[in-house]
Design a protein around this ligand. Structure first.
Ligand code: PMP
Length: 361
């Protein structure tokens, strides 16, 4: 089989080395004669996997000891509900920055639990999609926290600033950008991410929460979403998604071997530069996001003639470049180039794009 590069927005590509290792040990893990999927989450073997994964994740993001790391179910959408239910306490509002599709979805969920103060941050710069600078966001005095999404997976729009909201609690949905760039965790009260883009398989959601924010959950909150309960039980209040946890642990080890988040940050910049550079040099392709807000993870682009979209997708697929169809909300194409996508994958894509332009332009 010739090499395939998978540009899916999620579930997304995983590092080839990780898949090979999982394949090798699938049916006889640690010499036990069974797979890791078939053993108890409370066995000493699995506990060791779980603890190592947490340690490696903490090392990669330099997570301070006053933060808990929770391995959860339910995807980022479960967190859209868990966040207000865990953090509101006696308050009835929270600031919600609307920068795109996913931030907006979080607002809709939060409306079930509070009256969000919505800060409209979508704007345009020279007709291109953009986000207003953080310094212009008008926060309310009585908000329990400030929620925003630094990387909008569908819109291809990113907020490339880290929060500085004084004593306000910043909460960030990092589903499509976690581990792609260093973070200053102390600036956040809570960060969370579904695993299926930049971490591992679907089914696992990582939540990092500052300790002092625990214990404020509404009493009607289902226990499985209660950060205090999850923390007290070391994320094993019920059976966790053990295979996803194990595989994510292998990804963390792979990231460390690659040189950690700082090294991935450089590689991600090189990949994004190559792809945006190719788009910008051509009249055949265009990206409609203002330069300062371009996502390095999700790169939407349009063909000058949308009648060619179908043939672009067919030919790119045949060339081993998969899952380039853009989200229906934005149209055109989208290349998701998370940590696991090597530079060669982006090179293969840009080579194909130039060749396609020569033949159809
Ligand atoms: N937030 C962002 C930024 C996302 O990209 C996604 C998934 N595409 C979600 C939230 C929803 O995640 P999940 O499907 O894990 O609930």
């Amino acid at each position: 089989m010739s090499q395939v590069f998978n540009f899916s927005s999620g579930p997304a590509m995983l590092p080839a080395e990780v898949l090979r290792r999982a394949e090798q040990e699938l049916r006889n893990w640690q010499g036990l004669g069974t797979s890791v999927m078939e053993i108890s989450h409370r066995s000493k073997e699995f506990i060791q996997v779980a603890q190592e994964a947490e340690k490696d994740f903490r090392d990669l993001l330099k997570i301070p000891s006053n933060y808990k790391v929770l391995f959860c179910h339910g995807g980022a959408r479960a967190q859209f509900a868990a966040i207000p239910m865990n953090l509101l306490g006696s308050q009835t509002t929270a600031d919600y920055v609307d920068g795109g599709y996913w931030a907006h979805s979080a607002i809709n969920e939060a409306k079930k639990y509070c009256t969000p103060n919505v800060i409209e941050a979508k704007t345009t710069v020279d007709g291109l999609r953009a986000i207003t600078p953080m310094s212009s966001w008008v926060l309310s005095d009585n908000a329990a926290y400030v929620h925003y999404c630094p990387n909008e997976t569908i819109d291809g729009v990113a907020i490339n600033e880290e929060p500085d909201f004084g004593d306000k609690v910043a909460v960030a949905d990092l589903s499509s950008t976690i581990l792609s760039t260093p973070l200053d965790i102390q600036r956040y009260g809570v960060i969370y991410a579904g695993a299926q883009k930049n971490i591992g398989p679907a089914g696992l959601t990582l939540v990092v929460v500052r300790e002092d924010l625990l214990g404020k959950a509404k009493k009607e909150l289902p226990s499985i979403l209660d950060y205090q309960v999850l923390s007290d039980n070391e994320s094993m209040f019920n059976t966790p998604p053990t295979f996803a946890w194990y595989l994510s642990g292998l990804v963390f080890k792979w990231l460390k071997e690659q040189g950690g988040v700082a090294e991935l940050d450089k590689r991600n910049q090189a990949k994004a530069d190559l792809l945006y550079g190719t788009i910008d040099k051509s009249d055949f392709y265009r990206n409609e996001v203002a330069t300062a807000n371009r996502s390095r993870m999700n790169v939407p682009f349009l063909l000058a003639d949308s009648a060619l979209d179908k043939v672009f997708l067919e030919e790119s697929f045949a060339a081993g470049l998969h899952a380039l169809k853009g989200h229906r909300v934005v149209g055109g194409m989208r290349a998701s180039i998370y940590n696991a996508m090597p530079l060669e994958g982006v090179q293969a894509l840009t080579d194909f794009m130039l060749d396609f332009e020569r033949r159809h332009g």
